[in-house]
Each structure stands twice: as structure tokens, then as C-alpha cells.
Design a protein around this ligand. Structure first.
Ligand SMILES: [Zn+2]
Length: 227
């Protein structure tokens, strides 16, 4: 009985020590830790480790880091055609005359563009939605770059739209929403072949699998029948 009580106390004090807010000897240090811990996946302890690391480095290294972040935030552009992150008005892909502008691959964000570009199997353009429809997270169609995509289709000049969103419920909902908006227009809609398993995020697929699934894409409507 006694050992049980002592185990309980040990456990209690362990938990209490973890719950106690961290004490900082400097307000400047605390501010930096708080700022870094706003980033996803960075807790207070990791933030403190990073701040202490920066303090051990030459001062201009920290300056360089903060300046590059500030410059990125102030000067970054989004391509006016595909909404990909870009330094120029038109991104390198949209500005490249060797790419097929009549073929458009619909993706969630820049990570998917990078993943597909790494396969070297795709020579069309992209349309970056900036997310997926997700009522749980409060993201509706109006929060995404869907109207410009629908307008592109309405304007004509596109041969094929490839849906390359991840195969999750949100991805499927988004595909279907867009499909319903454009199904009356004369355009081929396809979806990447499901070498990418259900629930997989595109950016984690290996290059060969992802490359193959783009080459072996299937008509979007047949993907609806199979689910
Ligand atoms: Zn672009």
C-alpha cells in the first residue's frame, strides 16, 4: 500500500513539474521563446532550445535569419495565373513556353507542386487552390481559389483538368465540388490514378509512384463510380 502511495506522489510531482510554466531569467528570452512556439510542431521546450542555439551562434547569423524571413513576408508574390508562390508576377512554370498551358493540374498547395515537379513526368500548368474544403476547419469553397479555376474553364482554351488532391474526404469533397461547377463545359476531367493510397497526402508519395499515377490518370467520373 505504501509503495502505491509513493508511486502516486512521484507521478503527481512529475506531472506538476511538467505543468508548471517555465521560468525565464530574461523577458527578451521569454518573448523569443513565445514567438517561436507559435510555429506548428514547436513547443516551448523546443523553442527554448532553438533560441539558446541562436545565442551560441555569431550575431549576424541570427540577423540573416530574421532578415530573410522579413524579406520573404514582405516581398513574396503569388503567380497571377496559378496562385503558386513566386518571386515574379507569373511563376516560372506559367512563364515557360515549353509547358502545355491547356493542361491544368489542380493541387492543394505549393508542396504538391514541388512533389509533382520532382517526378519530371508532368509538363502542364498547375492551379493551386490554397487548401481543401473542410467544414470541420471552417474552410469553405469561398476561402479557396476555386472561382478563378472555374473562370479559367469558362473562358475556354483548356483541354484537360487533372484533380491531384490527396485522397482524403476533404480532397474528394473539393474535387466533387469543382467537378459539379464545370461538368457542363467541354473539358476532360481526370484524376490521378490511385497508386496513391486512400488517405495519403500527395507530398509524401515517392516520386516513382506519384509520377506513374499522373501518367496513368483516369477519367474523373469513373473514379466516382468506383467509390
Ligand atoms: Zn503560375
Amino acid at each position: 500500500m505504501l509503495w502505491k502511495a509513493s508511486l502516486f506522489l512521484k507521478h503527481f510531482f512529475y506531472l506538476a513539474s511538467n505543468l508548471r510554466p517555465m521560468e525565464y531569467s530574461s523577458k527578451l528570452l521569454e518573448n523569443a521563446v513565445n514567438a517561436l512556439s507559435q510555429l506548428p510542431g514547436i513547443g516551448k521546450r523546443t523553442a527554448l532550445r532553438l533560441v539558446l542555439h541562436l545565442l551560441n551562434q555569431p550575431e549576424d547569423q541570427t540577423l540573416q535569419l530574421s532578415q530573410s524571413l522579413q524579406k520573404m513576408r514582405e516581398e513574396i508574390n503569388f503567380c497571377k495565373n496559378c496562385h503558386n508562390i513566386s518571386d515574379t508576377e507569373l511563376c516560372e512554370i506559367c512563364a515557360n513556353p515549353n509547358r502545355d498551358s491547356q493542361l491544368v493540374c489542380v493541387v492543394e498547395d505549393i508542396r504538391d507542386v514541388i512533389a509533382i515537379e520532382n517526378t519530371s513526368q508532368y509538363k502542364g500548368h498547375y492551379h493551386v487552390l490554397g487548401g481543401k474544403i473542410s467544414p470541420m476547419d471552417g474552410v469553405g469553397p469561398g476561402d479557396l481559389k476555386i472561382p478563378t479555376l472555374v473562370q479559367k474553364v469558362k473562358n475556354g482554351g483548356l483541354n484537360e483538368l487533372i484533380f491531384a488532391l490527396s485522397s482524403t474526404m476533404e480532397g474528394d469533397t473539393t474535387n466533387f465540388y469543382i467537378f459539379k461547377q464545370i461538368e457542363d463545359y467541354d473539358i476532360l476531367t481526370t484524376t490521378i490514378a490511385r497508386g496513391i493510397s486512400v488517405g495519403d497526402e500527395l507530398e509524401y508519395a515517392d516520386e516513382v509512384t506519384l509520377g506513374r499515377s499522373i501518367l496513368n490518370r483516369i477519367p474523373f467520373e469513373s473514379s466516382l463510380k468506383s467509390t
